[in-house]
Write a protein that binds this ligand. Structure first.
Ligand code: NAP
Length: 247
């Protein structure tokens, strides 16, 4: 039981892929979720070449049938799950952006629903489905990929660095995800499972864009650290590189 089993959604590219790489030295078997199996297989080849013990599961977080598929996969192969990184996510337009898709008054309703479906409802559905397996772990860890853009305190503060970086659908979906982190951690407070929200930094990925100041190789650190927290580590928090962020 020494090797930990992790599931990272959206692990075929970007921060999910980097987090899988960063778990290499922690004795973790990493299963990446990829909605395109061929892309996932290519990513697994790269991970294995880098020394990561990796597999791929075809997985679309917006398809509830895939929650059961994931449960069956981990239950039949391992009988438990140690780490769930709810990483898959979508933006509402390009960052940084000022178009109507970022506006609270003009965001198309279907876009608002789509962003909440992927970034909020889907991780909750998946986590609920996998919770019985996480409860079987001696040290279950759930990492919800939030963003500093989910911080209400910082968005409300005219002096904060994100005051003008407003993208309503995305930001609100991450604020809601943060609420889930707090509520889930509360409900699991008497278990061995720790639940935290991660802000990876503004990272050069397809979502983060070329202007992002942080290289991808640095961007997985917060997720990897929260995925491997020691037993005396925090739960119900919101962190970037070990430092708490204001909700
Ligand atoms: N980059 C940043 O600066 C930054 C900052 C703060 C927070 N974040 C958060 O970090 C997470 C990863 O972001 P990223 O920058 O790595 O984004 P990315 O490069 O756009 O990658 C997103 C990943 O999510 C997957 N995904 C999207 N919709 C999915 C679905 N319905 N089912 C399964 N997988 C799906 C994508 O799969 P496909 O390849 O199939 O599209 C891809 O693997 C997101 O939750 C994001 O909000 C990023």
């Amino acid at each position: 039981m020494s090797q930990k089993i992790a599931f990272i959604t959206g692990g075929n590219r970007g921060l999910g892929f980097q987090t899988a790489l960063d778990l290499k030295d922690a004795g973790v078997k990493v299963v990446i979720g990829s909605r395109d199996l061929a892309q996932g297989e290519k990513a697994v080849e790269k991970l294995r070449a880098a020394g990561v013990d990796a597999d791929v599961l075809q997985f679309d977080i917006t398809k509830p049938a895939d929650f059961q598929t994931a449960y069956d996969y981990f239950n039949s192969k391992y009988g438990r799950l140690d780490i769930l990184v709810n990483n898959a996510g979508i933006a509402a337009g390009v960052f940084p952006g000022t178009g109507p898709e970022h506006s609270a008054t003009q965001v198309p309703a279907d876009l608002l629903h789509k962003v909440f479906e992927t970034n909020f409802f889907a991780p909750i559905g998946l986590t609920s489905a996998l919770l019985p397996l996480l409860k079987k772990s001696p040290a279950g860890r759930i990492v919800n990929l939030s963003s500093i853009l989910g911080s209400l305190n910082l968005h409300a503060d005219p002096n904060s660095p994100i005051y003008h970086a407003k993208s309503f659908a995305y930001d609100a979906s991450k604020t809601a995800l943060n609420a889930y982190t707090i509520h889930l951690a509360y409900e699991l407070r008497d278990t061995k499972i720790k639940v935290n929200s991660a802000h990876p930094g503004w990272v050069k990925t397809d979502m983060g864009g070329d202007q992002a100041p942080i290289e991808l190789s640095e961007g997985g650190k917060t997720s990897a650290a929260l995925a491997t927290l020691p037993d005396d580590g925090p739960t119900g928090g919101y962190f970037h590189l070990g430092k708490p962020l204001p909700w």
